[in-house]
Design a protein around this ligand. Sequence first.
Ligand code: ADP
Ligand code: MG
Length: 238
Amino acid sequence: MGSLQLKSIRKAFGSHEVLKGIDLDVKDGEFVIFVGPSGCGKSTLLRTIAGLEDATSGSVQIDGVEVGHVAPAKRGIAMVFQSYALYPHLSVRDNMGLGLKQAGVPKTEIEEKVAKAAGMLSLDPYLARRPAELSGGQRQRVAIGRAIVREPKLFLFDEPLSNLDAALRVNTRLEIARLHRSLKATMIYVTHDQVEAMTLADKIVVLNAGRIEQVGSPMELYNRPANLFVAGFIGSPQ
Ligand code: ADP
Ligand code: MG
């Protein structure tokens, strides 16, 4: 389970309205990509879904339940950021298990879940290392592993690959696609990389200045862009 419904989401910082009425349905298990220019509100929208920001108005429902007053940790969501935000003094194993430890999960269960996630991400040989002893791609896999161990129904990724070089980006992208297939979780993923959007998405949401320009499958957007803005973003000739 991990469906999401956004209804008329508005968000203002002071007098600056960043989200101007967002309506969106995400089905359980879908891979949804948000694209749009820098500053259009993608991160703010993810943070609002995660509960790290409160919407000024509108409603966020997860599996049909209004979560406006549910704390971020209780929403069944895990978020992966562009900066990995790992604890430098903790091993990979402890970085991955920390959230579970804080939630009071028994030690043996944490070990099991960390081992399973490490296996999925080919991180087994690195469990005893500190983040400084890892490459950028390995660190980002640890950050993804830290999300997986919590077994969220909804993953939110905010430009997770943008700090990686081109080759690692491709590998990590394939890894995320594999994870989506094996975990069958719902994933919402922000990127401004057209290749990532076209290859990963079941559904692409094109945002512009706090509004949705169009929602559709990669092929729908490519073949039938609603306007020049979408055509420009998806890269079809029009
Ligand atoms: P994107 O992720 O699409 O680049 P953001 O959601 O980060 O865009 O930002 C959208 C707009 O909201 C920007 O103009 C940004 O400056 C503004 N903004 C984001 N967070 C805050 C904040 N905490 N306080 C004030 N303005 C913010
Ligand atoms: Mg952003």
